[in-house]
Structures are given as structure tokens and as C-alpha cells.
Design a protein around this ligand. Structure first.
Ligand SMILES: [Zn+2]
Length: 779
């Protein structure tokens, strides 16, 4: 590792312009890496699987530690053939697997030696770099990209969306929406239930039920109602214990048919009516009860004639979107699970694990715990009896909060505290907790595609969506709509910072993945950018939304380390050699010029020979070190993505780096000691483990990626480091970057970022073929 003194000395040699230039250089290299896949066939690569056979991305994940090694080679050998996995200094074919690699190196060395008096002065390199940077205009393209605001296009049925700013469209063409009309997006009213059960109880037992229209029948305003919150599995236990059986075959993807679900919930209703209460109630009474299976849609048992399953499905979806409002308006929320003696605040309780639990309990006024206990009867027989215990929702939530803290579920804890008003939680942190908790619950209960996420959350956020805008077809679309409605309260960069890689092979949302939960040492989460969804187009040409990261700081990632042919001038380890060799060269030249007046041939020969010696020394030192210019991604195994320099670096890349660079035998690790956040590896898509290595500072960070990243973008201060999203960031107008991984890096990295306007992250659009000239230039 480079010492701190060296670093200071090294950095002070580099002016700001120099850093900028290297940033540009990095981006060009990033572009090269993408294009090189296109020109793979042109290059006639020889596949040389070098010194080991490590896993590749096309295989499924391997968690074994992989080792890789490269024998140390002499400077002379390296001058003509570069080490594997390193980009060499040859004028063309810089990678050893390329056909004309050795020829390129031979020509370079010969030119340097023949023109020694000129090549010993580094002015030529500087001129080359100026020309190199002049051609980098592509990155300014992002300024002409003008994606539409998501709220401009409410998800009404079949609203055509003019793709203003898309490449193939004229900038101001297409069907125009008058700028003065603001779309109606907010739902100002609290929802009332549409349907309700009027249940008649005789002698403390269920007698009959009738579905009524709560609003139209005008019973509603003067009566209180009870809403029952339960898990279908719990009700099924009651159903089967009563000796009943389902009657229909299971529909595709579901456990029970709608009719069976009604039969099962009816058993719960019977149990509720006959439960023993801690307060006196009349044995003969009428109660208004909201029970989802009966109240989500109009009672179809009565009107079988015009029953349409599709219509009913749509009606149920819409009513689910009102769920939070329905439970909020209920006089009492009854909570039920089948476990004996369960008070429903323990973590094992099945009721508490559901997504909808959040919406059902967070705004409840009064709670009745419905709990079963085994009671020994006088005859010695044990009998299951159900009790209803009343308490204020606040005290119930206090107990849940206590249990959440015990289990380290800090997001749930924050949510409950927020709803109890017992802490000054900001909306940013409350919404963040809600999002992470909801997505986690949704996954754990098997809804990996999050179809119902929008419905489960609507009403819990400060701005409510119209029920018709939450379509329940694609959870991501609903979620991004809801979050954008709440743009005044929540910055999505926080959510982006905690999302792991997407776990489906065809991700609809691109950047959203299973979020990680806060742990000790990783709770600090301060967004450094602003992120929100914008309208975009996905790979199939379908309108979708992308995450737009505004004010994004980027760090380019080299596809592989590069040999530093100017090490003599700029590597701090060669400082003494630089002074001595330059002094000798200067002395040779001065003596040569003095000699010219007496014997021109002897003088010129001295100048020429001293230049050759100096140039050879420079070339040899140019094989000792790698360029210390920022971050590079080194994969554990071969990625097999057709990119030059694809190499298996093993799980300890410093061992290989030590062989191909004199100073990189050790790397400091940024990881467990800093308690950095770790994102889950995807379960259903292939991934590759590897390291991000900062060759400048000698630091490595372990990462999991689903492809070779070429850039990373700052998201947030997270724990004791900075969280970045690893991207495949193509250049060009309207190009969407693809999320390939997440990384937490040391805070000093913020000093080396390059400011960008905005970056859009989503599913990658279909790849466009590069033009002949671009592939020629980038080869
Ligand atoms: Zn329970």
C-alpha cells in the first residue's frame, strides 16, 4: 500500500486539470468496454484461459474462495507482452490476447528508441492527451434529454403517453397536453367502505348475515362498524377444526377459490359472534361487520345471473385500495390468529407478518384481541374457547413496538412510534421505514411481484392516490406513482440506497430490489442526491418509469488495470530514480552541446546515446507499475462477457496485483471492521463476486454484481461510508443506465467524483449497433 506521505506528494503533483483529464480518460475507457463487445469478432481474440479455471458469470453463483496467481515476469518480457488482465501500453492491441499485441509493443519500443532525443521529453504525451479529450463530447448529450414527469400521466385506462424528447420523436411533436390543465391526482377524501355485513346474533350465536351498501343505504353515517383483521390461513384452521371442507378445486396460483374463501371467512364470523367478551353485550343484537371476503365486492351469491369474474376481480382490487381508510374509520379493529394464548404482538404471530397488517393497525382507534385458549371443563375435558379482550389501539401498538425493538425490527418500531405520535419522526424517515417494511413483508408472504403493494400502502402516506390509479397489475408502477405523489415528503434516493439487486430475471423496475434492514452501525442514511421516477421506455418499447438521480456524482470504473508507462514521471516510488536519471540525461545533453562546437559528431552521438539510455530506462520502469488512477473492478472469476482483459482475479486480488505491480502486494479492506452495509445476493439470477479496488489508495471493497460495471453513482451517506450504485452507464441521448450492484466505499471517494446532471436508471433499452466509425475509434 502507498504510504500517506507518498499520497500527499503524489497528489500535489497532479493539478486539478490533470485529475479532470484522468476522469475523462476513465469515461472513455468505460465507453470502450461497452463497444469492445461489439467488435469482439473483429479483434480475432485468442481465448487464453490463463492460470486457473474460476467460476464465470454464466454459471450459477459460487461461494467458494477462489485463488488466482500469475508468475512474476521480467520487465523485458513485459515490455513486449503484457500480463493477463492488464491493459498494456502498446499503440494498438493493448491486451495480450489480441492478435497484433506483440507487434504493437515492438513498434512502440522501436519508435521510442529511434526518436530517443524527442521521446525522452514527455511533451508528446501531453499533446496526445489534448487531442484525446477534444473528442469526448458524447457526455454532454444528457442535457437535451427531457423525460416527462410521472404525475403528468396518471395511470388512467389507456392514456396515450406522448414520448416527448425520445430520440425517434420530434422534441415538441406528438399529441399535446395543454400545460394549463393539471391532472387530477390527489384523493382528498378518506375512504368509506362500500359494502358491509349486517350480522344478526341470537342467544350469543351467529344467526344470519346480510350484505348492505354502506353509503347508499344510509345506514352508515349513524352506526359504528367493526373491521376484522386476520390471515386467511388462521381462518382456515377454524374452518377445518369445525369439520368443514373446501368444495372447489384450487384456481391457478391461488390456494382457494373465491367461494371457498367465503366459506372459510364465514367460519371466522361464526367464531367472532360466539366469542366470550370482557364487557357485557346483549345476547341478541345486530352488528355491522366489515369482513374482506364479503365486503370487497357486491354479494354475488344474490345476483348470480349477472356475475362476471373479471368485473368482480376489478371491484375487489379497487376496494383493497381503500383498505387503510376502511380500517381507519372502523370503531373497533378485531385482531385474530389461531395460536392458543397469542396476544398478537409477539413476532411469531402469523397475523403480524402480513403486508396489510400495517394498514389495518397503524390508524386503528380501538382494538379487540381475539384469542383462543384451552379451558378445562368440569368433567376434565379441555375445550377451545375464544375470548375478545378490548383495549385502546395505542396500548396495543406500544406492546408491538416493544416487541419490535426486542427483535431488532427498527423500521417497524419507527412506524409504530410514528403512528403513536411518541417521537418526532420526520416523514422522510417514516415513509422510508414504511417502504422497507412493506416490501419486506410482501416478499416474506410470497408476493414477490408486489402486485398489492400500492393498495396496502395507499392511505398510510400523507398524499393519497385515487383508487383507480392503483391498478394492481405491476406493484412497481403503483409504488412509484404513490411515492411520486408524496414527492414533498420523501426522497427516493434513500430507498435506492437500501435496495439489493433485483431478484427476477426480467426485472420490470430495474433498480428496485429486496431492501436491507437497518442494523447497528448501518442506520445512518442521509441521501446525498435527489431521486424520483420519470416516464421512460423499457426494452420492449413499453412505457414505464425510470429512477432519475439528480445531481449525481459519478466515479468511472476501469474495465481492468492499466500499465503505467509514465510511472517514471509520476509514481512516487520512483521519485529518486526520476531525479537521478533526469539529472544524468541533462548532464549528457549539456556535455553533448558543449562538445558540438569542437566535434559535432561526438557531441551529437553523446546526446543521442544518453537519450537512448534514458528512454530505455523509462520504458523499463514503465513495466513496473500499474496506473494509480482510481477504481477498477476485479472479478473473482472470468466474466466471459467478451471483453478484452477478462481475467479471474481470485478472492484475494492483491496476490495477483503484487505479481504484476511492485507496490500493490497489500490492499486495505473496507468492510466488516467499518460495519458497512451488505446487500443480499440475488437468489434467482446469476451473479459474480469481485472487488472494487482503488489503485490510488490501495483499498479493496467486496461487491456482488450481475455484470461488469463501468461507473458508480453516489446515493447516500450510509453507516460510516458512502453508498454507491454500480451501473452499466451507456453514453448517448436518452440512454438508461442499468443497475449492476451496490457498494459502500470510504468517504474520501467523494473527493474524486465527477458532477453529472442526472442519470436515469431502469431496464436497459435494446442495444443499438455502433457505427463503423465509432467502433473503429474505440477499438
Ligand atoms: Zn397472534
Amino acid at each position: 500500500m502507498v504510504s500517506m506521505d507518498d499520497l500527499v506528494g503524489y497528489r500535489s503533483e497532479n493539478s486539478h486539470d490533470d485529475i479532470q483529464r484522468r476522469q475523462h480518460g476513465r469515461q472513455l475507457d468505460s465507453k470502450k468496454s461497452e463497444k469492445s463487445a461489439l467488435i469482439f469478432n473483429l479483434c480475432m481474440m485468442q481465448e487464453t484461459d490463463y492460470y486457473n479455471s474460476s467460476p464465470s458469470l454464466s454459471q450459477l453463483p459460487s461461494h467458494t474462495k477462489t485463488r488466482s496467481s500469475v508468475p512474476r515476469r521480467s520487465s523485458f518480457a513485459r515490455l513486449f507482452q503484457e500480463d493477463p488482465g492488464v491493459k498494456g501500453c502498446g499503440w494498438f492491441a493493448p491486451y495480450r490476447e489480441q492478435r497484433f499485441h506483440i507487434l504493437g509493443n515492438v513498434l512502440r519500443v522501436l519508435t521510442f528508441v529511434i526518436f530517443a532525443p524527442f521521446t525522452s521529453i514527455p511533451a508528446g504525451d501531453a499533446l496526445g492527451n489534448i487531442v484525446y479529450n477534444l473528442i469526448l463530447l458524447g457526455w454532454f448529450d444528457e442535457f437535451v434529454d427531457t423525460p416527462d414527469a410521472v404525475l403528468r400521466h396518471p395511470p388512467e385506462p389507456f392514456t396515450p403517453i406522448p414520448l416527448v424528447g425520445h430520440i425517434d420523436e420530434p422534441l415538441h411533436g406528438g399529441p399535446d397536453i395543454s400545460p394549463s390543465t393539471s391532472p387530477d391526482v390527489y384523493e382528498p377524501l378518506s375512504y368509506k367502505p362500500r359494502w358491509m355485513l349486517e350480522v344478526t346474533i341470537r342467544d350469543g350465536q351467529y344467526a344470519s348475515r346480510k350484505q348492505i351498501n354502506w353509503v347508499a343505504d344510509e345506514v352508515g353515517s349513524s352506526h359504528r362498524y367493526t373491521a376484522i383483521s386476520y390471515d386467511m390461513g388462521s381462518a382456515y384452521v377454524l374452518f377445518s377444526e369445525a369439520g368443514k371442507h373446501t368444495e372447489d378445486p384450487s384456481p391457478e396460483g391461488k390456494k382457494w377459490s373465491p367461494a371457498d374463501r367465503r366459506r372459510i371467512s364465514k367460519q371466522l364470523l361464526i367464531e367472532y359472534c360466539s366469542a366470550k367478551r370482557d364487557r357485557e353485550v346483549s345476547q341478541n343484537r345486530t352488528e355491522f361487520i366489515w369482513l374482506d371476503e364479503f365486503c370487497l365486492s357486491e354479494d354475488c351469491e344474490w345476483i348470480k345471473v349477472k356475475w362476471n369474474p373479471d368485473e368482480e376481480k376489478q371491484e375487489r382490487k379497487e376496494e383493497l385500495g381503500r383498505l387503510t381508510g376502511i380500517f381507519r374509520g372502523a370503531h373497533t379493529v378485531v385482531v385474530f390468529c389461531q395460536d392458543l394464548g397469542c396476544d398478537h404482538t409477539v413476532f411469531a404471530c402469523q397475523w403480524g407478518k402480513r403486508l396489510f397488517t400495517l394498514g389495518e393497525i397503524l390508524h386503528a382507534n380501538k382494538v379487540q384481541r381475539m384469542t383462543r385458549t384451552r379451558k378445562t371443563m368440569p368433567g376434565g375435558d379441555a375445550k377451545l374457547t375464544t375470548f375478545l379482550y378490548s383495549e385502546s389501539a395505542q396500548s396495543f401498538r406500544e406492546r408491538m413496538m416493544h416487541r419490535a425493538a426486542e427483535a431488532g425490527k427498527w423500521h417497524l418500531h419507527a412506524l409504530l412510534r410514528h403512528s403513536n405520535n411518541s417521537g418526532s419522526e420526520t416523514w422522510q424517515s417514516a415513509i422510508h421505514a414504511l417502504m422497507v417494511e412493506a416490501i419486506r413483508r410482501d416478499r416474506e408472504t410470497g408476493y414477490r411481484d408486489h402486485e398489492l403493494l400500492g393498495q396496502g400502502l395507499n392511505g398510510l402516506l400523507p398524499r393519497r392516490a385515487h383508487v383507480r390509479h392503483l391498478k394492481g397489475n405491476d406493484g412497481w408502477v403503483d409504488l412509484s406513482w404513490l411515492l411520486e405523489l408524496n414527492q414533498g415528503f420523501y426522497n427516493m434516493a434513500a430507498l435506492a440506497a437500501v435496495c439489493s439487486l433485483n431478484d427476477t430475471s426480467k426485472p420490470e423496475n430495474g433498480w428496485l430490489g429486496p431492501p436491507i434492514e437497518p442494523r447497528a452501525g448501518r442506520e445512518r442514511l442521509e441521501p446525498l442526491v435527489t431521486a424520483f421516477p420519470v416516464v421512460g421506455v423499457d426494452a420492449k418499447g413499453k412505457t414505464t418509469s425510470h429512477l432519475n438521480i439528480v445531481g449525481a456524482d459519478n466515479i468511472g470504473l476501469h474495465p481492468c488495470p492499466r500499465r503505467d508507462d509514465k510511472a517514471l514521471y509520476r509514481n512516487p516510488a520512483l521519485k529518486r530514480k526520476k531525479i537521478v536519471s533526469t539529472a544524468l540525461l541533462t548532464m549528457g545533453w549539456i556535455t553533448g552541446f558543449i562538445l558540438i562546437s569542437r566535434s559535432p559528431s561526438a557531441g551529437l552521438s553523446l546526446i543521442y546515446i544518453s537519450s537512448i539510455v534514458y528512454v530505455i530506462f523509462r520504458l523499463v520502469t514503465g513495466t513496473w507499475y500499474l496506473q494509480r488512477s482510481g477504481w477498477v473492478f476485479l472479478s473473482d472469476g472470468k466474466m466471459n462477457d467478451g471483453i478484452n482483459g477478462d481475467f479471474a482475479w481470485g478472492s484475494r486480488p492483491e496476490l495477483v496485483l503484487g505479481q504484476i505491480d511492485h507496490g500493490l502486494g497489500k490492499l486495505a479492506e473496507w468492510g466488516d471492521q467499518q460495519m458497512i452495509p451488505t446487500w443480499d445476493s440475488p437468489m434467482r439470477v446469476p451473479y459474480m463476486t469481485g472487488h472494487l479496488v482503488d489503485l490510488r489508495m490501495g483499498i479493496k471493497v467486496r461487491v456482488v454484481v450481475t455484470g461488469r460495471p463501468n461507473s458508480m453513482v453516489v446515493l447516500a451517506v450510509h453507516g460510516s461510508g458512502i453508498t454507491y450504485m454500480l451501473l452499466n452507464h451507456p453514453s448517448g441521448v436518452g440512454q438508461v443506465a442499468e443497475k449492476l450492484g451496490m457498494a459502500n466505499l470510504p468517504p474520501f471517494t467523494l473527493a474524486f467524483t465527477q458532477k453529472g446532471g442526472s442519470i436515469r436508471v431502469g431496464t436497459a433499452a435494446p442495444e443499438k449497433k455502433g457505427s463503423f466509425w465509432s467502433s473503429l475509434w474505440l477499438s
